[in-house]
Design a protein around this ligand. Sequence first.
Ligand SMILES: Nc1ncnc2c1ncn2[C@@H]1O[C@H](COP(=O)(O)OP(=O)(O)OP(=O)(O)O)[C@@H](O)[C@H]1O
Ligand SMILES: [Mg+2]
Length: 403
Amino acid sequence: MLKPHNIAEVKFEAVKEIGQEGRNSTAYIVQDLQLDAQIVMKRIEKKSIASADEYFQEARTLYASSHQNVVPVIYACEDAEHVFIALPFFKNGSLKALMQERNLTVREIVRTSCQLLSGIHNIHSKGLIHFDIKPDNVLLSDRGEALLSDFGLAKQMHLGQAEQSRLYLPITAPEVVNGGGPYDLRFDIYQFGLVLYRMCCGEGCLRDQLGQLDPKNFLPHLAKVLADGTYPDKSTFPEHIPDRLRKVIVKCLSTDPNDRYGSALEVANALADVEDCLDWTYVVEAGERSWVRQEGETEKRFRIAGDGSTEFTATKNGTTRRKKSALQGLHDNSWNKKSIEGRRMKVVKNNPKTYRRRETAAPKSHKVISDAQKKKALSDFTNARISNGLYIELRPNLPSSKR
Ligand SMILES: Nc1ncnc2c1ncn2[C@@H]1O[C@H](COP(=O)(O)OP(=O)(O)OP(=O)(O)O)[C@@H](O)[C@H]1O
Ligand SMILES: [Mg+2]
């Protein structure tokens, strides 16, 4: 007869630690002895969580957000000091790792974005704001598809809004310093815009721009550039980034949330219209910039040398021919006929059977922010405690339910 247990044992052996930036937790590849399989165990210290009620919050949120573009949870368990979340092991790692290896082509950027947006749309439809969308929190499946992960900061919305006082500085949305919370899903749209920006301009571009801020006056300086919209710098993009894509980025990154897209689906639909310059790989090496594209057996290459001279070559079967060097050639549409997978989002939008979930567009709210609110938000930000790398806690003394 089946004897029910209240408590059972889970056995696993650590294989190795992964995730260099896992500052809220430690992630390990482990051998699960019951399943006889390698999985990932995310270990979170109980003392880092405000109350026992919240121990399994991240695991519950992940479980409730099940979707093909959200990392699935296998199970969650605890010991005396830790909470563990068991996840499938994604051997392709994070989007950040891929971006550190090489720049993505525009086609890859659009495809990855549409997958990620599909995951974001799903969590928004379930009333959640993620609050920590960044390339290291996007994992890649064996087929290279993007899955949103790390729900450590996710919050349930109430009447379309949620409070959040724990933020990762490089990806803080400007509303944090322009009046403060509560925030709506356009916070995630902004953070998605930053992922898109980094995919186009290079993984390290935000780090470089943050490095130019005054280290002695870091938080006030960051508050200023966030509020005036000069961080991140949206004035220059690599030449091959099509205008339509630039416009999507700029709109996602608007300082005023009312000027952003109202939903993840709207962003995906705008991206589906990007059809120019899809397959160039942008390479920056030793002061030289080049764009490479494989066309059948021919490799096409534009090169801008350190001295500013340009060259356009086509190499086939070991023979290289020089061509007229015009950077404009990068935008030659005739080379870009293949469709982008992302376009199917258009169909999804018009198919009520597929998308029966409730509408997830944030209402345009022109909330009036008083001077006192602005002053308080700014002072919360500039007086925040920086911990664990570049995470900040805005109001550490508030009870966790109010943050
Ligand atoms: N299932 C997985 N498969 C492969 N790698 C993973 C997996 N889960 C996490 N990682 C790696 O470990 C890192 C840290 O995991 P996660 O983001 O969930 O934790 P975190 O402590 O909240 O991180 P951070 O503080 O950097 O946001 C990820 O960025 C990723 O590189
Ligand atoms: Mg993370």
